[in-house]
Design a protein around this ligand. Structure first.
Ligand SMILES: Cc1cc2nc3c(=O)[nH]c(=O)nc-3n(C[C@H](O)[C@H](O)[C@H](O)COP(=O)(O)OP(=O)(O)OC[C@H]3O[C@@H](n4cnc5c(N)ncnc54)[C@H](O)[C@@H]3O)c2cc1C
Length: 349
């Protein structure tokens, strides 16, 4: 492993240009490459909040680093914009450190973090959660002195007439992650506009021969356990490629259909078992996942913040003779209890 080393470029022959203080710039040849550049946090610039540019506006990840690693408090009275998991966890952490967390403000009508974090980090500490509400202005010259928040309509447009001011010295942002795909773009990989990451096969192969991808660079994960599973798959596939063997080509495309925000991988091979990772567009109390006409799964609930995993085996895929399967999530009205296998596949944690 080369720590403190930046990958500047990878070309289609998988020559990797590296830069480090210790070794300068050098190029290494590779038999296969795995892209695992992760994601970066969305910042104030990415969400365009009006107002001045004082100190005291920071991302939740930076707050985590300041508190957990450096023993520093980012402020004394904090407003949190966005209900991502790191923001929720930091709401609790800052409260335990004696910081006043005024509230969490989320523009969507639902939280974007895990339910367990809402319960354990907000409800247990009586931290207010305001859904369908956003920060529309930051005030203060040298340091944040306050923010203006406003409810939003169904099109997420702020209702300025109903806005109110909150005095605070810190605005913490937990408004999502952006897959880090500069190298993927340089390589000319096919990207999926729904995930922001490379289109990948069931072996985590990208559109460029010998280049594989895994983790947040492919799609944003809520739990690191799923990253590990993908990483093992991508690593094994890359090792096989470097050793000269090719997996059977995928023969089925997966198309995100009704209420599916994204689905990975993008293709399947009918002779293997696969795990599909999908996100729903809106919360459901009871729903049905339908993969074409080959598979149906009942879920007790599904929310946009939690990845739903669906295992698809060769037994069902063998019965399909087309080129593409659409995956849909639809509400269900029946009162059937969900069987143990379905709950297990959901990976509720
Ligand atoms: C602030 C934060 C807190 C989190 N907390 C939790 C948690 O408590 N529990 C949990 O389950 N999940 C958590 N997650 C989610 C989890 O960390 C991610 O899902 C997981 O780390 C993603 O793994 P990855 O390998 O895809 O990316 P990362 O872990 O982000 O690793 C990517 C690595 O690639 C490096 N890199 C990027 N570009 C280049 C380049 N050009 N050259 C060289 N190196 C490069 C980066 O420096 C980084 O080290 C958190 C995520 C964030 C952002």
């Amino acid at each position: 492993m080369c720590a403190d080393t930046h990958v500047l470029d990878i070309d289609v022959e998988r020559r990797v240009k590296l830069m480090s203080a210790a070794s300068g710039v050098r190029v290494v040849e590779s038999g296969a490459a795995v892209l695992a550049m992760g994601a970066r946090e969305r910042t104030r610039g990415a969400i365009r909040i009006a107002g001045s540019r004082p100190a005291g506006v920071l991302t939740a990840g930076l707050a985590q680093k300041l508190v957990n690693q450096m023993g520093l408090l980012p402020g004394r009275r904090v407003v949190i914009l966005g209900s991502g998991d790191i923001g929720l966890i930091m709401a609790r952490r800052l409260t335990l450190e004696g910081v006043e967390v005024v509230g969490v403000f989320e523009i969507q009508p639902h939280v974007t973090g895990l339910n367990r974090n809402v319960v354990q980090c907000l409800h247990d500490f009586a931290i207010p959660l305001h859904l369908s509400t956003t920060v529309v202005r930051i005030s203060g010259r040298d340091r944040v002195e306050g923010v203006t928040v406003a409810p939003v309509d169904t099109e997420l447009r702020p209702l300025f007439a109903e806005s109110w001011d909150i005095a605070c010295d810190t605005l913490m942002l937990s408004v999502g992650l952006i897959p880090e795909n500069e190298l993927s773009r340089q390589l000319g990989l096919a990207l999926d506009p729904l995930t922001g990451g490379p289109v990948v096969s069931s072996a985590m192969a990208t559109s460029q021969r010998g280049v594989f991808a895994c983790g947040n660079v492919v799609h944003i994960h809520d739990l690191v356990d799923f990253v590990t599973q993908e990483a093992l798959l991508a690593g094994r596939s890359a090792a096989r490629h470097a050793g000269g063997s090719q997996p059977t080509a995928d023969n089925i495309r997966v198309i995100p259909g009704a209420n599916v925000a994204s689905c990975v991988p993008h293709t399947l091979a009918s002779d293997r078992e696969h795990t599909l990772y999908l996100r729903v567009r809106r919360p459901f109390e009871k729903c049905l996942i339908r993969l074409g006409s080959v598979l149906e799964r009942k879920l007790r609930y599904a929310v946009p913040s939690e990845t739903v995993t669906v295992k698809v085996g060769p037994r069902v895929l063998h019965s399909f003779h087309g080129e593409a399967l659409t995956i849909d999530v639809v509400p269900r009205e029946d009162a059937d209890p969900v069987d143990a296998a379905d709950v297990h596949e959901r990976h509720v944690s």
